[in-house]
Design a protein around this ligand. Structure first.
Ligand code: SF4
Length: 76
């Protein structure tokens, strides 16, 4: 777990091979994440981010489209 990201206000969503971090204060609400993959990011679900719903490459590719830096990933 990346303590620096947690200290910076990110929450962690753990997966088997990759963890996703999200900081709501940084999010610019572009919607790229939910449009990019509705299984990985689903605002109607709790938790709204489930890394293990998709493969690792998909996690990386979608998070790379986040314009704000609100989403990060760390390999396990
Ligand atoms: S892509 Fe990034 S900035 Fe856009 S809504 Fe998702 S988390 Fe927020």
């Amino acid at each position: 777990m990346d303590k620096d990201l947690l200290d910076a206000g990110y929450r962690v969503y753990t997966g088997e091979k990759i963890d996703v971090y999200f900081n709501t204060a940084i999010c610019k609400h572009s919607g790229n994440c939910v449009r990019g993959n509705a299984k990985l990011f689903n605002l109607k679900r709790k938790p709204w981010i489930i890394p293990d719903e998709v493969d690792v490459e998909t996690v990386i590719n979608v998070i790379d489209t986040c314009p704000s830096g609100a989403l990060k990933y760390r390999h396990n």
